[in-house]
Design a protein around this ligand. Structure first.
Ligand code: GLU
Length: 427
């Protein structure tokens, strides 16, 4: 049985616990592949999970104790890999689910990694840069024994960025007594980061939209595109979609969205946000709520915020022809069924947003060989990997007559099961 956790409840009777949802998808794929029950028993939870509670000195001199996690789901094909999020809704079940999704993302892309994920329960919006730095260093001190370039390699996720990665690599290197740049990816370029990493997740998402449009015989040029979320991934996805010829008619962040049927100037929205800390109030667009944004008349919808945004309540009203899941777990299983029934082409999260970890892999490889590639080299390799993986999943979907999501899980689990089998984990 699965424990229940904070932040993971039910909405309109739907199961919203991402861990329960991830387990359902794994079970279904294991059964569809005709694999033995042991495969599900191994993959239904992380192999290892560490909970840490650590003190941080706040700016006012008080001490606050924070709770964090690091989960390592499966390491059959390589060391654990995955981001760390700083968010008030982080929970052990969320970290468990996210670590499972990392195993599958890496397997779909053929990367020599298993899945890992970390999180700290905190609200960085209410913390100073100094407090975030001290929290980051304390978290690394607390999990140092389980991470390392050959063991488990963290990266950015919700509310963490290249600066946070720089503090992580610095803290870990101090503990080890030498520069261990390969311990974390998504670093600033000057300390071993890769060209193209900061845009990679979004670039991958837009590449999957392009591939999906090809399959549907749809033009990307002029395609009315809506992006929910304007963080690390959403803002860049909006910019790259516009650069690819799409007409981005709406974007949003937690506080609200912007709508302009004639198309938004994404660079200008990014500049507005850089100056004002929010996109709300951007001139030349109508305000729109996140609820209304998701059901706008459009061709492409890119949910790039958090889990459980497309639900049984709004799925019947969603008008997009293609949905590419930039966020992890944005669609509930009930919404997924409704959207599939209605013929919407969904590129599932474990394929759509795998561009980030793909360039993280390139970054780690560059760190290990101390030889660095140009942005063009990185982008070309990313494009080739995403297109190849998209087609592997698409071919599985067509040949087995299943959805792209089921096919993605099947491609991933087939690979991981094969590694576990040859290693002797399945008896
Ligand atoms: N946090 C990102 C994800 O969910 C990137 C992980 C990584 O680069 O290791 O895929």
């Amino acid at each position: 049985m699965v424990e229940s956790v904070s932040g993971a409840g039910q909405k309109g009777g739907e199961v919203l616990n991402p861990f329960v949802i991830a387990q359902q998808y794994v079970k279904s794929a294991v059964d569809a592949l005709g694999l033995e029950p042991a495969v599900y028993e191994i993959l239904k939870q992380p192999a290892k999970i560490l909970e840490v509670n650590f003190p941080v000195v706040m700016d006012d001199g008080s001490i606050k104790v924070f709770t964090g996690y690091r989960a390592q789901h499966n390491t059959a094909v390589g060391p654990a890999k995955g981001g760390v999020r700083f968010h008030p809704d982080v929970s052990v079940d969320e970290v468990r689910a996210l670590s499972m999704w990392m195993t599958f993302k890496c397997a779909i892309l053929g990367l020599p990694y298993g899945g890992g994920k970390g999180g700290v329960i905190c609200n960085p919006e209410q913390m100073s840069a100094g407090e975030i730095e001290r929290l980051t260093r304390a978290y690394i001190d607390a999990i140092a024994e389980v991470i390392g370039p050959e063991k488990d390699i963290p990266a950015p996720d919700v509310n963490t960025n290249a600066q946070v990665m720089a503090w992580m690599v610095d803290e870990f290197s101090r503990l080890r007594g030498y520069n261990a740049f390969g311990v974390v990816t998504g670093k600033p370029i000057i300390i071993g980061g890769s060209e193209g990493r900061s845009e990679a997740t979004a670039r991958g998402v837009v590449l999957t939209v392009r591939e999906a449009a090809k399959k549907l015989g749809m033009e990307l040029q002029g395609a009315r595109t809506v992006v929910q979320g304007f963080g690390n991934v959403g803002s860049v996805a909006a910019r790259l979609a516009a650069a690819a010829g799409a007409k981005v008619i709406a974007v949003s962040e937690v506080r609200g969205g912007l709508y302009n049927p004639a198309g938004l100037d994404i660079r200008a929205v990014e500049e507005f946000k850089a100056h004002n800390g929010t996109i709300v109030g951007f001139p030349g667009a109508e305000p729109i709520s996140n609820e209304d944004l998701l059901i706008l008349d459009c061709d492409v919808l890119i949910p790039a915020a958090v889990e459980n945004q497309l639900t049984a309540a709004n799925a019947p009203h969603i008008k997009a022809k293609i949905i590419s899941e930039a966020a992890n777990g944005p669609t509930t299983p009930e919404a997924d069924a409704i959207l599939n029934e209605r013929g919407v082409f969904i590129v599932p999260d474990i394929l759509a947003n795998a561009g980030g970890v793909t360039v993280s892999y390139f970054e780690w490889v560059q760190n290990l060989m101390n030889y660095y590639w140009t942005e063009d080299e990185v982008n070309q390799k990313l494009e080739a990997s995403m297109a190849r993986s998209f087609n592997t999943v698409y071919n599985m979907a067509v040949s087995k007559k299943v959805t792209m999501r089921q096919a993605a899980y099947m491609v991933a689990i087939k690979r991981v099961a094969e590694a576990m089998r040859v290693r002797g984990w399945l008896g």
